[in-house]
Write a new protein. Structure first.
Ligand code: DX5
Ligand code: ZN
Length: 214
């Protein structure tokens, strides 16, 4: 299993220490949650913070934009050195065009689905995608309770990917722990995002290792 620790639950007063702990862990990515207070009822941080994180991070950045009109920010995301740019399906009027633009900018294109958005909305773009991020909580906050329907959605998405020959990876975000991660792994998830589980753990690198073992 690949693991993408979300710094939303890190100590913002001492981000460097938490990023360095992740550098020294088995984490595969660093998950960066950007919120605009419009698409979701919360505001997190923006590009100056991501650039500062990038200077310390030795893991590739997995940027999750919870913002309206994410297509307006593609070059700014690219300039942070991000490897993956995730946009919400619900935030994109012209999703196909946005996916192409992200790839033209040299990043991996990811599309994120809210818990209420069906996997079937991706049928016409699945072959263009590098990644699908399934939300297992309503986006906006760390530390929420896992929504079990996400397990079925992973199965449905795995089936769609296998049928179409898409190379998209399946990432799951929200309420992920060692316990909720297990059925997600069995259902076919490739990458697990975890914030509070990792950063509230006595030993965050051990929490990463536990998720990696799934
Ligand atoms: C929620 C964010 C998540 C969040 C996950 O809107 O997209 O990445 O940090 O936090 P946990 O793992 O605590 O649910
Ligand atoms: Zn996220």
């Amino acid at each position: 299993m690949k693991v993408s620790p979300s710094i939303l639950s890190a100590d913002f007063g001492n981000l460097r220490a938490d990023i360095e702990a992740m550098n020294a862990s088995e984490a595969d990515y660093l998950h960066i949650d950007v919120m605009d207070g419009v698409f979701v009822p919360n505001i997190s941080f923006g590009f100056p913070v991501i650039k500062a994180v990038q200077k310390v991070a030795q893991k590739p950045l997995d940027v999750h934009l919870m913002i309206v009109k994410p297509e307006n920010w593609i070059s700014q995301v690219r300039d942070t050195g991000a490897e993956i740019m995730n946009v919400h399906q619900e935030a994109c009027l012209h999703l196909h065009r946005t996916i192409q633009s992200i790839k033209q900018a040299g990043m991996k294109a990811g599309v994120t689905l809210n818990p209420s958005t069906p996997v079937s909305t991706l049928v016409d773009v699945i072959e263009d995608l590098d990644l699908v991020l399934l939300m297992s909580v309503n986006p906006g906050f760390g530390g929420q309770k896992f929504i079990p329907q996400a397990i079925k959605k992973v199965q449905q998405l795995r089936q769609l990917i296998d049928e179409t020959g898409s190379k998209a990876e399946i990432e799951v975000d929200g309420g992920v722990t060692f316990e909720t991660g297990k059925p997600l792994a069995e259902a076919g998830a490739d990458i697990l995002v975890a914030g509070s589980y990792i950063f509230n753990h006595d030993d965050p690198a051990e929490a990463v290792r536990l998720l990696k073992s799934l």
